[in-house]
Design a binder for this molecule. Structure first.
Ligand code: MN
Length: 227
């Protein structure tokens, strides 16, 4: 069902060569790392290995040059990622554009904070929703993604039930809620008022906390892991 289950605890494929040593995600993360200067951003480099339980998902709200939601599904040792300008909608009648972005490391699911001015994706990020997801269908999730259609369930704090991601042209997918008991006409909350599933903070509060932390000389303000 899920090809991750066949792997060891390291999350690496046994068939991979030595080129991916040192971090999980292997060559999938080349583009992610190329875009970032890790001496200047607190975003993770990507060291968290996959575990053997159900794969995770995260939906972040990212107040970058244009505000958007980032929808990420753990698959194949990385977070497969889409930028969803209007965000996921609980209304099955809403077809939301989802533009693929580079694979992100698994530990990006923990990132909430501020990406510094001048850096790629500069702006504030909150973890709007997170949880586990399950592929529905034949074969593997990786094959379904490669084929351009994925049916799945989400078990998050805010998002639940059946969903589908469908590619309709190169670099353009649609994210649609299935019409099930978790469907409703609430749509998507106002991102300016939406709160972090993890810290209950809004974007504005998260940015203010980061500014305050840097003003008092604490450079841990954007640390991805609060524990
Ligand atoms: Mn983004």
């Amino acid at each position: 069902m899920n090809d991750r289950r066949r792997r060891g605890r390291s999350g690496r494929r046994p068939t991979r060569g030595p080129s991916d040593a040192g971090a999980s995600g292997g060559e999938h993360l080349t583009e992610y790392r190329r875009r970032r200067d890790f001496s200047r951003t607190a975003e993770p480099k990507g060291r968290e290995p996959a575990d053997d339980s159900a794969p995770r998902f995260v939906v972040q709200i990212h107040d970058a040059s244009s505000l958007h939601f980032d929808f990420r599904l753990e698959s194949d040792g990385v977070l497969k990622s889409w930028a969803v300008p209007r965000g996921p909608s609980t209304d099955p009648g809403d077809k939301r554009l989802a533009v693929p972005t580079e694979d992100h490391p698994l530990d990006y699911r923990n990132f909430e904070g501020v990406i510094a001015e001048g850096e790629y994706g500069a702006g504030t990020v909150i973890i709007w929703d997170e949880g586990r997801w399950a592929f529905e269908g034949r074969g593997s999730a990786a094959d379904a993604l490669a084929g351009g259609h994925l049916s799945f369930r989400l078990d998050g704090h805010k998002l639940h039930g059946g969903w589908a991601l469908t590619r309709f042209r190169q670099n353009a997918w649609l994210l649609v809620k299935r019409d099930d008991r978790h469907a409703n006409d609430h749509g998507t909350p106002d991102p300016a008022r939406a709160r972090s599933a993890r810290t209950d903070r809004t974007l504005r509060q998260t940015a203010a906390d980061a500014a305050h932390a840097s003003a008092v000389g604490d450079d841990d303000e954007a640390d991805a892991d609060p524990s």
